[in-house]
Design a protein around this ligand. Structure first.
Ligand code: HEM
Length: 410
């Protein structure tokens, strides 16, 4: 008999892929499950699509600000979480009405209209990353492509130089993936704190250089923003700069690499995309559903309430398990079929409600253009070594995907 709570709190468990089977069982038998946690307080685990949607769409009752949205790790992490993540300062961890105002400051460059105008530029940027890999031969698809594509795109939007990529990558892995032994330096909390401190200092420095500048990139917008007639405090500039940088590359790389792996494991789906690349738009949605870059997010109830018949008290945190919602047969026909033509595709991979992912359209554009480049340049792609996943209960995905590429016959 497995100990369910131990598994739900174990980052290594999520690197095995066995969480999908556990979620199937819990959705059926115990969909709102009280979970003991290493910080000693416990939380409600929520598994069904309908219940996640209800919570995400009730931000006044289920707060992002009260205790933040990052999953519970341990007591040491709990002690530093608010400062590291910027609870009450980072757009993802602020409630209305301030949330609406802060989101408005940074949103313009990520709106679909702005992205449509820069699609050719994004395609060219992605093309340059592909130019740097061999047409034939072995690469690590994560390190050589999946990491570099969203980094190039977000740094172009933020107007950040390529020589800063390597530092940002190291800090990002520590801040988001501090539970993985490969990225850990000291305890998890020490790792996460160091990653964030570096990102905050970097974001603040880059934003400060632009104060008073007439530019329109998100860092300039943050540097020059006012909130309630005051300049945005430095800590808010730092936390929101870090949020955009991190959100810009950490999740998208996992979606793209997870999508390529899914296509390699389902060659008939790959053939459908080669046959008609117009299918790439729907494929990008299915890749988000299938690869589940965000594993869990937290909310804290601001009052006693009831969810699907279960009484939940004020302050009893709820953990939303996204891979579970995205395989819920109540919403998805044949949820374990990877189907690039799935439509409609009501996945919750980008969340829902007022905190719905600001970068969703950008992430989908990147995935579509990166797959377009991969399929048009390479005829054959084969897995050539062991595939490794990140150990995390928060943002999951691939660490290594060794592949052998064969150039397109012209
Ligand atoms: C496949 C890639 C991505 C996935 C799966 C993803 C997922 C998510 C999810 C689930 C949320 C909701 C958080 C919540 O409700 O607490 C979110 C929020 C957010 N995402 Fe993404 N994201 C992705 C890419 C991006 C990109 C490229 C950016 C670029 C800027 C971005 C920026 C943000 C921001 C700023 C928020 C906070 C929005 C708010 O609280 O109003 N994301 N993302």
């Amino acid at each position: 008999m497995i100990n369910v709570d131990e598994k739900l709190n174990d980052p290594a468990f999520f690197a095995t892929g066995a969480h999908y089977a556990l979620f199937d069982r819990l959705r059926a038998e115990d969909p709102i499950h009280w979970t003991q946690s290493p910080d000693g307080r416990g939380y409600w685990s929520i598994f069904r699509h309908a219940d996640l949607k209800t919570i995400l769409n009730a931000p006044n009752l289920f707060s992002s600000e009260r205790e933040g949205v990052a999953p519970v790790i341990d007591a040491e992490m709990a002690a530093i979480a608010a400062e590291a993540w910027g609870v009450g300062q980072n757009v993802a961890m602020i409630d209305a009405p301030r949330h609406t105002a802060v989101r408005k400051v940074i949103s313009a460059p990520f709106l679909p209209k702005a992205l449509a105008g820069s699609e050719a530029r994004t395609r060219a940027l992605i093309g340059k990353i592909f130019d740097d890999i061999p047409a034939h031969g072995e690469i690590d698809l994560v390190a050589d492509l999946a990491v570099r594509i969203p980094m190039a795109v977000i740094c172009d939007i933020l107007e950040l130089p390529a020589e800063d990529w390597d530092d940002m990558l190291v800090w990002g892995k520590m801040a988001i993936g501090g539970t993985d032994p490969e990225y850990r330096q000291g305890t998890v909390a020490q790792t996460v704190r160091y990653g964030f401190e570096q990102l905050h200092a970097y974001g603040l420095r880059r934003a400060a250089e632009r104060r008073g500048c007439p530019r329109s990139d998100p860092l300039t917008l943050l540097a020059n923003a006012t909130l309630e007639a005051q300049a945005l405090p430095a800590s808010m500039v730092a936390h929101n700069a870090a949020q955009i940088i991190l959100a810009g590359f950490e999740t998208t790389r996992n979606a793209f690499s997870g999508g390529v792996l899914a296509l390699l494991e389902h060659p008939a789906q790959m053939a459908l995309l080669r046959e008609d690349p117009r299918r790439l738009r729907l494929a990008a949605e299915e890749i988000i559903r299938w690869s589940d870059p965000v594993i869990s997010l937290m909310r804290t109830p601001t009052a006693d309430t009831e969810l699907a018949g279960q009484r939940i008290r004020e302050g009893e945190r709820v953990m939303l398990w996204f891979p579970s919602a995205n395989r819920d047969a109540a919403v998805f026909a044949r949820p374990y079929d990877f189907d690039v033509t799935r439509h409609p595709n009501l996945h919750l991979g980008f969340g829902a409600g007022p905190h719905f992912c600001l970068g969703g359209p950008l992430a989908k554009l990147e995935i579509r253009l990166a797959l377009e480049a991969l399929l048009s340049r390479h005829d054959g792609i084969e897995i050539s070594g062991p595939v490794e996943r990140v150990q995390s209960t928060f943002v999951g995905g691939l660490k290594h995907l060794p592949v052998k590429l064969k150039a397109h016959r012209r």
